[in-house]
Design a protein around this ligand. Structure first.
Ligand code: NDP
Length: 285
């Protein structure tokens, strides 16, 4: 029996309608949610991501600003720009697209963003708050994965969850959100011995490695929920995930497609965080 699809496009459509409606209420109160997106350099994939983010903002009626800078931008100039946006009342969320050119230290930049405008949830204050269970903003990709699980009313409490990948932006916060929802969580990385031993034990398997199709059907527990965060471009130009969809779909109970799974949810949760930042700003002004 092939797995059921966890459709990130359909769920995003529903959530974005709710976000647009709440955004309209905020706008009517003079608090139109505003997102500033900064991109430095010419990375092609990043250019596509930022365009999609800005378009998504426009589609739900948010104010958005896209600032593009050349590959040679200095760190101090970028920090000065962030300081200006931190003080701009029309901007509730600031996102600096990664990766940055090598002359700019990403941590300095991410920590220059005011935590209350850190809609990516990457600031060390928000990462720390996530650890203690009270994040201001959840990082968008793991947040989107949690919404996908919520959409099928998956009983996370007591489930065995395995997260393959331990990056600061996906794997670690993902594991933390699952833990806080009551799952028993294992985090795997590139040094993990006998990866399949872990993945086959997972009721919930989240994969975020950047290694195309590395999780095959024989590494998955029958009936598991498989969420594939990976986005990889193959030599023929097609996109694929970190899970081998063609073999995994015969074993999993639920599975996200790539594209059309986690990708749209990441942008949707960015909109949600921007909306919440705008709503919260009303309470602090
Ligand atoms: P990183 O490269 O920062 O991290 C990759 C992680 O995977 C590391 O922890 C690494 O281990 C681990 N890893 C690598 N190879 C293996 C392996 N063979 N077995 C087990 N673990 C392994 O990647 P990101 O977290 O930033 O992104 C992961 C993927 O998700 C990429 O394809 C990216 O494009 C995609 N992505 C998609 C998003 C979306 O919206 N859908 C958003 C963000 C990312 P170690 O720590 O030991 O190096």
């Amino acid at each position: 029996m092939p797995a059921q699809l966890l459709d990130g496009i359909a769920l995003s459509k529903k959530l974005r309608a709710e976000i647009a409606a709440r955004g309209a209420i905020a706008t009517a109160k003079g608090l139109r949610p505003g997102l500033a997106v900064i991109i430095v350099g010419e990375n092609q994939a990043s250019q596509v991501y930022v365009r999609n983010k800005v378009k998504a903002c426009e589609d739900v009626g948010f104010h958005s600003v896209l600032e593009r800078y050349s590959e040679n931008l200095g760190e101090e100039e970028l920090l000065a720009r962030i300081a200006t946006l931190n003080a701009d009342p029309a901007i509730h969320g600031i996102l600096v697209q990664l990766p940055l050119p090598q002359q700019i230290l990403p941590n300095r930049v991410l920590e220059a963003i005011a935590p209350e405008k850190d809609v990516d949830g990457f600031h060390v204050a928000n990462a720390g708050a996530l650890m203690t269970g009270a994040p201001e903003f959840k990082p968008c990709t793991p947040y989107g994965c949690m919404k996908l699980l919520e959409s099928i009313e998956y009983p996370i409490r007591g489930a065995r969850a395995v997260v393959v990948g331990a990056s600061n932006i996906v794997g670690k916060p993902m594991a933390m959100l699952l833990l806080q929802s009551g799952a028993t969580v294992t985090i795997c990385n590139s040094k993990t011995r006998d990866l399949a031993h872990h993945t086959k034990d997972a009721d919930i398997l989240i994969v975020a490695t950047g290694k195309p199709k590395m999780i095959t059907g024989d590494m998955i527990k029958t009936g598991a929920v498989v969420i594939d965060v990976g986005i990889n471009r193959l030599p023929d130009g097609k996109l694929c995930g970190d899970v081998d969809f063609d073999t995994a779909k015969y074993v999993a109970g639920w599975i996200t497609p790539v594209p059309g799974g986690v990708g749209p949810m990441t942008i949707t949760m960015l909109l949600m965080n921007t909306l919440e930042a705008a709503e919260k700003s009303a309470k602090t002004t």
